[in-house]
Design a protein around this ligand. Structure first.
Ligand SMILES: [Fe+2]
Length: 391
């Protein structure tokens, strides 16, 4: 029986090599007051920074430019908003990775309301955001978070009492997403690997989520096929392989749609407290945890064959299999090995690189949610998973 479901709206999607050239025309449709947010280096590394900024200026646009150098904090968002709240910004544009797009999404959502962002954050704030915003255009330069498709901006305050929480509203889905694989060609190896593992985690988690539906299943499975075909290629030869960059851009885009509509699982459940307590890039958390989380998930599901996620993991295992096997369990075991293999090939960082050690695990686990993961783990099992990702 197909479950009842709701599917959120999508941005207008402009996909293809060279699509960055349409940005000035689209921005101009909203007016001449444009605030652009970029990463400190991503837009310029791509060699397209000047081209994009000059293109906007030549379109009779009054351009203001802010840099976002790290995952956005409440202070960063509030500071930018306080500078532009009454200065006639008619559209916000974000060109960068997930951090830049989330910062842009949050700024566009805060320009028309009265208070600072903390008051509107999920689980933390005391106010419900009314959904009013300045139009927002997202142009990713990495393939990972899928923020160009999502209705939430992730905001982090790092420290002892740190958090990683979302500003979320259906209206925050970007108005336009311009996805140009040429913008990702010069993405660094490390960022290609970690952001790719974020997209991979989002696709696999939403595929087996307890709230998945036929719509998200179709996209998640197609996204996983792109990951299988293109993730290692994008890492190994991404500076010249536009096809691999395009495949990963599609995978990331689909992952944003599926996470919005089907939710996520335990990898992202761990990511919230870890990203609050430590300066760990989100993709690095996903990279370190995807293999151990799904290895233990497979072990559990082998004893729960009537769980709908069991069949789905068999299907995903077949997507990633290089061989034909007789038994479903052989595919599942091969998938566990494949996840380890991909993690090794990508030379992913272990979490100890960012200061995580055994003494902190209890606190992280206490604040970890399973989200919509199809199986549940005991405290001891969560400890074992996290421990194996420390290195
Ligand atoms: Fe993610």
């Amino acid at each position: 029986m197909i479950p009842s479901f709701k599917f959120s709206t999508l941005p207008v999607i402009h996909f293809g090599a060279g699509k960055r050239s349409i940005l000035p025309g689209i921005a101009r449709e909203y007016g001449s007051g444009v605030l652009i947010l970029t990463g400190s280096s991503s837009i310029h590394n791509a060699g397209h920074g000047e081209e994009i900024l000059n293109g906007l200026k030549q379109a009779d646009i009054n351009l203001t430019h802010e840099l976002v150098a790290r995952e956005p904090s409440p202070e960063l968002v509030d500071e930018i908003v306080s500078r532009y709240r009454h200065s006639g910004i008619e559209v916000v544009v974000a060109v960068g990775g997930g951090s830049v797009m989330d910062a842009g999404k949050a700024v566009s959502a805060l320009l028309l309301v009265e208070y600072g962002i903390k008051r509107y954050l999920e689980d933390i704030g005391d106010l419900k955001h009314p959904g009013s915003k300045v139009p927002f255009i997202a142009m990713p330069t990495t393939s990972g978070t899928g923020s160009e498709m999502t209705k939430n901006a992730v905001i982090s305050e790092v420290g002892e009492a740190g958090f990683k929480k979302s500003l979320r509203h259906d209206h925050f889905i970007p108005d336009h997403a311009i996805i140009d694989p040429e913008m990702m060609i010069s993405c660094s190896d490390r960022l290609t690997a970690t952001s790719g593992m974020d997209a991979f985690s989002q696709l696999l988690e939403s595929y087996v989520s307890t709230q998945s539906n036929p719509f998200t299943d179709a996209l998640a499975l197609q996204g996983l096929k792109q990951i299988k075909k293109h993730l290692l290629r994008a890492y190994l030869e991404g500076d010249q392989n536009l096809e691999a960059r395009a495949g990963m851009a599609i995978a990331a885009m689909f992952s944003g749609i599926t996470l919005t509509n089907a939710g996520l699982g335990l990898v992202h459940g761990f990511a919230s407290p870890l990203g609050g307590y430590y300066e760990i890039p989100h993709g690095a958390v996903c990279g370190a945890l995807l293999a151990p989380v799904f290895s233990m998930t497979i072990d559990k599901l082998i004893d729960q064959k009537d769980n709908p996620a069991y069949k789905k993991l068999v299907i995903a295992s077949k997507v990633f299999s290089d061989f034909k096997y007789k038994e479903e369990t052989e595919y599942l075991m091969a998938f566990k090995e494949k996840l380890d293999h991909i993690s090794k090939m990508l030379e992913l960082p272990k979490l100890s690189e960012f200061g995580l050690n055994e003494t902190a695990l209890e606190k992280v686990i206490k604040n970890t949610s399973h989200k919509l993961h199809p199986v549940t783990f005991s405290g001891d099992e969560l400890y074992r998973i996290l421990s194996s990702a420390i290195g």
